[in-house]
Design a protein around this ligand. Structure first.
Ligand code: PMP
Length: 318
């Protein structure tokens, strides 16, 4: 935990897990000036603790912070904070395969003030929690064409608390109908597939890996997405960063050209999609074969995360 007071970050320390005391006028409670990150620490066979792409999360936190008028968290506070926390929480990094310690750095406004303006005080915290596999089996998703998660000029590319609040209602409705996640479309025409609520999405159509670009400012720049695109290119997989339209997706499903679809994110790494609902119609996807791209890429990424192969891209912090 660290505080931003009088124009600078100060008092970094590791403290026991405990409730926070907040003033009822705390600015975050009213206006949601808050950003967060999610990353994981893994244990290798020698018992060492490995953090995957922490520098990318640090950068993204500050990009999100900028959009929300939150002061940047200096790299030392983020990285050293994580190192110090992991020294204390070493034993909490699980040994079992597929498990890890989830790390949740976040920053929120700490002013006790009801006027609407950026806060002058902030708190930075990193929370840690051991986690297992996110999805045990392939997921069913529904293409959302009524509600919007993000619009151009909005805050969709930031990992800001309010983005998630706004997506709860449509996501809950879909869950009640039996779907695990939504596939969000663009907020204007609802014709282009953007991402899911907690993951970027990728499709393999006719042997080509397709995923939406992150240039519109409406899609989170997923670190798993970036890692997979890097490894895919290395594997010689043809990659297209372009928007897939809902119609194109429907056609690919009807013609059997959609070979694979999966979500990518820190929590699940790769979540296989077994069913896609478009405009009320359920389409089943083929079973995931052991030599599918998504299976191979999941294994390639896990091998890096658990330190089983050399860290060519400098993604691991020990
Ligand atoms: N999109 C959204 C909306 C998310 O919340 C997440 C999870 N951080 C992702 C994509 C995947 O990002 P990452 O691979 O960095 O976890």
């Amino acid at each position: 935990v660290a505080d931003y007071i009088d124009g600078e970050w100060q008092n970094p320390m590791v403290v026991p897990y405990a409730p926070l005391q907040l003033n009822p006028a705390n600015a975050t409670l009213h206006y949601g000036q808050s950003v967060f990150e999610g990353l994981k620490a893994y244990r290798n066979e020698d018992g060492e603790i490995l953090v995957f792409r922490g520098d990318a999360n640090q950068q993204r936190l500050n990009e999100s912070a900028k959009r929300m008028c939150i002061p940047e968290v200096p790299k030392e506070f983020f990285m050293e904070g994580m190192r110090e926390l992991l020294k204390v929480d070493r034993e909490w990094v699980p040994e079992q395969a597929g498990c890890s310690l989830y790390l949740r750095p976040f920053v929120f406004a700490a002013d006790d003030y009801l006027g609407i303006r950026p806060s002058k005080k902030y708190k930075f915290m990193i929370l840690a929690s051991p986690v297992g596999k996110y999805y045990a089996k392939p997921v069913a998703v529904k293409v959302e064409t009524r509600f919007a998660r993000a619009i151009e000029g909005g805050t969709g590319a930031a990992k800001a608390a309010g983005n998630y609040a706004g997506s709860l209602y449509p996501a809950l409705k879909a869950q009640k109908d039996g779907y695990d996640q939504l596939l969000w479309t663009d907020g204007k025409s609802h014709q282009y597939i953007e991402e899911s609520g907690t993951m970027n999405v990728m499709f393999v159509i006719d042997g080509v890996l397709i995923t939406a670009p992150t240039t519109t400012g409406t899609i989170l720049k997923g670190i798993t997405r970036d890692s997979i695109l890097t490894l895919a290119k290395e594997m010689g997989m043809p990659v297209e960063e372009r928007f897939l339209t809902v119609i194109e997706l429907e056609e690919a499903l009807n013609s059997g050209k959609l070979e694979e679809a999966f979500g990518t994110g820190t929590a699940a790494t790769v979540a296989f999609i077994r069913l896609i609902n478009i405009h009320g119609k359920d389409y089943d996807l083929p079973d995931v074969s052991p030599n599918a791209f998504s299976v191979q890429i999941l294994e390639a990424l896990d091998n890096i995360k658990y330190g089983k192969v050399p860290d060519k891209y400098n993604w691991i912090m020990k």
